[in-house]
Design a protein around this ligand. Sequence first.
Ligand code: CTP
Length: 394
Amino acid sequence: MRILFGVTGGIAAYKAVQAVRLLTQAGHDVHVVPTPNALRFVGQPTWEAISHNTVTTELFESVDEVRHVSLGAEADLVVVAPATADFIARAAAGQADDLLTASLLVTHAPVILAPAMHSQMWKHPATQANIATLKNRGVRILGPDVGALTGDDQGIGRLVDPEDIAQAVDQQLRPKDLVGRTVVVSAGGTRERVDPVRFLGNDSSGKQGIAIAEEALARGAEVIIVAGHLDVHPPRGAEVIKARYTESMRQAIVSLADEADVVIMAAAIADYRPAEPSRSKLKKATEGSELNLKLVANPDILAEISHQAGRDNLIVGFAAETAQGDELLELGRAKIAKKGCDLLVVNEVGEGKTFGFDDNTVAILDREGQIVTQTSGTKREVAEALLDQVVLSL
Ligand code: CTP
């Protein structure tokens, strides 16, 4: 996608460098248009190096190429980050006194603005009226966030994180085939208490579940993440319910499943928990002595919600197996039959595979144990393939 990335004159311009980097890494053709004031914060060579494109900023540069028309006209998407109060005012008024505002008047592409300014400027009725005008015109406003500002103070006005900007761009690209649907995704690994400072856990990073949540959000769903231990951040826009233990995850999932259109159980749930977790820290005995931990089996959440009488939600399970090839698929077929879910994502786990990694190779089985799709790629690509199947099955 060809992106016109406007940068205006605020200190948060340094964060926009990372956003441009994420967008070019995602394969987009990014054309940065800094305002002259933005160049006081981050210079032209940085923007050129990071975007791999030449950068123009003045209206009267390369006039023969009619840049003030071509940049906006050729863009598939316009992003402005940070958008200062002054820029927002000029954009709302329809001014065209620099290359960026001129481009905004020409473009037919969707526009995303990420404001950044001091809280007082953001809250001022003039800024709020300008924001309302832009929203009415169809401009998407991202943030601002609440947090530490440039001075010593705190408040609303921080530029959203670069990852949020990349996520918003990503959302523009996806089909909106989950609008009006509620998707519950369990992600990460559950832990079980051994004593007040120790737990039993597993290697799940939560990356696959979070990738599914991101993809569902991008496709327009309301997303609720029931999160065990995660090594990655949940995406902006999802509701997150923390569920550290299997029992808290069970309670959350069971109470959400009825109202959900789709439940995706990507979490790695502990099969066993200590029968009697110690109230005080277990003490070390002499070297070579044994400690026997008695474990008791946990409830199977996926089987419980899948066997719920009269359910009309779509339930997706995961099968993590250390087998390969036909044996892997046979284990998957036995698992979907036993669990009673509608789709099962079968993946191989083990040394160097799946848990904690960015890539995954999966087969998706239906209730009859037939392979409906097989895919290999990033966890996000696997999420896309899975949600394609979900949409077909709704
Ligand atoms: N699952 C669950 N509750 C459990 C254990 C697993 O809901 N107590 C869910 C997982 O979220 C996953 C699916 O069941 O969607 C399969 O998990 P997996 O670990 O592959 O299988 P298990 O049921 O634990 O069986 P086994 O360990 O014997 O392979």
